[in-house]
Design a protein around this ligand. Structure first.
Ligand SMILES: Cc1cc2nc3c(=O)[nH]c(=O)nc-3n(C[C@H](O)[C@H](O)[C@H](O)COP(=O)(O)OP(=O)(O)OC[C@H]3O[C@@H](n4cnc5c(N)ncnc54)[C@H](O)[C@@H]3O)c2cc1C
Length: 453
């Protein structure tokens, strides 16, 4: 029986191990956390010795069939995800969301892996990528030695260590009676600009900066000391500095930084605004926009409150809030294929957060695909690359094709799917979700049918 090594017994690695073992491989699953967490806490975030521990929230997102996360769950059910079974067996009442009893969930997963005859769990750190078939699923808190090994394989510049994520809003929630389209130094018709600009008067700007300076921030965890130290020492390169930290430097520092208004004229007043927040298109469909240079570490409700003070964003709906945390991930657009194989080595796969896929379900899903594909590779079958109309296919497509310059982790959302063909018909959010879901289900079905025949 061919042997596969998996590095990391988190969400992606555990699912990958199960799939590979079920499809005929002998799996060696390396997990550096000891069974007794009192012995050591190598990631600084995990609290137990269990496999598949949920490090923070106990929610795996919406279960509604017409939500992005619900679509991904439906696909994982079809594909036979072991962790989704554990989640459903340990579910707690949580309305439309799939929330779990985190201990039952992780115990169940750990027991099922331990009982599998084809899986050996080895409690040790894997310090380097082996030359034999392997899936790297070591997560956002990958150990230092392994990070170095990944960097030496792919180049230092292709490994990132921090997330400094700017918030993303839904285009339809931007008030275009206030905001205007223009690129800096546009000549002529400003409506053709690439950016959406939210213009501030001096009074609005000062009130906004005051709110930013005093808003509640997320406490940085111990393992994020490096971020703190970097910010204090001024090592954090300017492009990654949280806006609230820039705001602390002086009342006008943002107006001379990410909110500078140069080259822009508000078509309603004909004058240059005192400051602007620029929004840049974030997905092909044009349904999502990110706030340029607005990475922040404010608490999520505070982001909602303070960022809604931006003229034009009074009713903004947030697809994702800004965040800063340690997050090891590779430059997947440069390094990975949609099958999750490394570009230079067929038998080297990556799965989970380290690929730039974000969120518990996305991490489980990429683990599942990597496990299946490793098994197919080692048993001489063609590898699977799921259709882009499916949520899992779209996630793999996104991380392997996104622009490298702005590459940031991405979770399941409708914005990464190919647009629906609606022939200018206007439909509501709910109906749109239903259409995406139906299309994803039929694409997966059509893709899988010939494989099982
Ligand atoms: C602090 C924090 C909070 C988060 N909160 C949420 C949340 O609330 N909701 C959400 O959807 N997502 C959250 N995420 C993002 C992400 O979904 C989770 O981190 C998820 O657990 C990632 O799954 P994974 O399998 O890629 O990594 P993990 O689940 O972290 O698994 C990786 C495993 O690899 C092990 N490992 C690392 N290096 C080695 C090595 N060299 N040798 C052997 N083992 C190794 C680690 O001990 C770990 O068990 C959070 C991330 C962080 C860092």
């Amino acid at each position: 029986m061919p042997t596969l090594t998996i590095i990391g017994g988190g969400l992606a690695g555990t699912e990958a191990a199960w799939q590979a073992a079920q499809h005929g491989l002998q799996v060696k699953l390396y997990e550096m956390r000891p069974t007794n967490p009192a012995d050591a806490n190598p990631t600084g975030a995990h609290l137990s010795g269990d496999l598949a521990e949920l490090v923070c929230s106990n929610s795996l997102g919406s279960n509604l069939p017409d939500r992005a996360s619900g679509v991904l769950k439906a696909e994982l059910r079809t594909l036979g995800s072991m962790l989704l079974e554990c989640a459903e067996a340990s579910a707690l009442p949580a309305g439309a969301a799939l929330a779990v009893d985190r201990e039952s969930f992780a115990h169940m997963a750990t027991e099922r892996i331990a009982a599998h005859p084809n899986i050996e769990v080895i409690r040790a750190e894997m310090k380097a990528i082996p030359d034999s078939p392997v899936i790297v699923a070591s997560g956002p808190l990958t150990s230092e030695s392994l990070s170095q090994s990944i960097a030496s394989l792919s180049g230092e510049e292709h490994l990132f260590f921090f997330d400094a994520i700017a918030p993303i809003v839904h285009a339809e929630s931007i008030n275009m009676d206030v905001a205007f389209r223009a690129s800096r130094y546009d000549k002529g018709d400003q409506d053709e600009g690439d950016y959406i600009n939210c213009p501030f008067t001096k009074e609005e700007y000062y009130a906004f900066v005051d709110a930013l300076q005093t808003a509640e921030r997320i406490e940085l965890r111990s393992f994020e000391d490096a971020i703190k130290a970097g910010v204090k020492a001024g090592q954090f390169f300017e492009g990654c500095l949280p806006v609230e930290v820039i705001a602390e430097r002086g009342i006008d520092s943002l107006a001379f930084g990410p909110m500078r208004p140069v080259g822009l004229r508000d078509p309603r007043t004909g004058r240059r605004p005192y400051a602007v927040v620029q929004l840049r298109q974030d997905n092909l469909a044009g349904s999502l926009y990110n706030l340029v240079g607005f990475q922040t570490n404010l608490k999520f409700p505070e982001q909602r409150r303070v960022l809604r003070m931006i003229p034009g964003l009074e009713h903004a709906e947030f697809e994702r809030y800004g965040q800063m945390h340690r997050n090891t991930f590779i430059a997947s657009p440069k390094l990975l294929r949609p099958t999750l194989q490394h570009i230079t080595r067929d038998d080297l796969f990556f799965a989970g957060q380290i690929t730039g896929v974000e969120g518990y379900m996305g991490n489980i899903a990429t683990g599942l695909l990597a496990g299946l594909n490793a098994a197919r590779l080692l048993t001489g079958q063609p590898l699977l690359s799921l259709p882009n109309e499916t949520m899992l296919g779209a996630l793999c497509h996104y991380v392997t094709h996104a622009s490298l310059k702005d590459f940031q982790p991405m979770k399941a959302n409708f914005g990464i799917l190919p647009p629906l063909e609606l022939e200018n018909k206007k439909i509501g959010k709910r109906e749109r979700g239903q259409l995406y879901a139906a299309r994803a289900a039929s694409a997966l079905n059509n893709f899988l049918t010939p494989l099982v025949e």
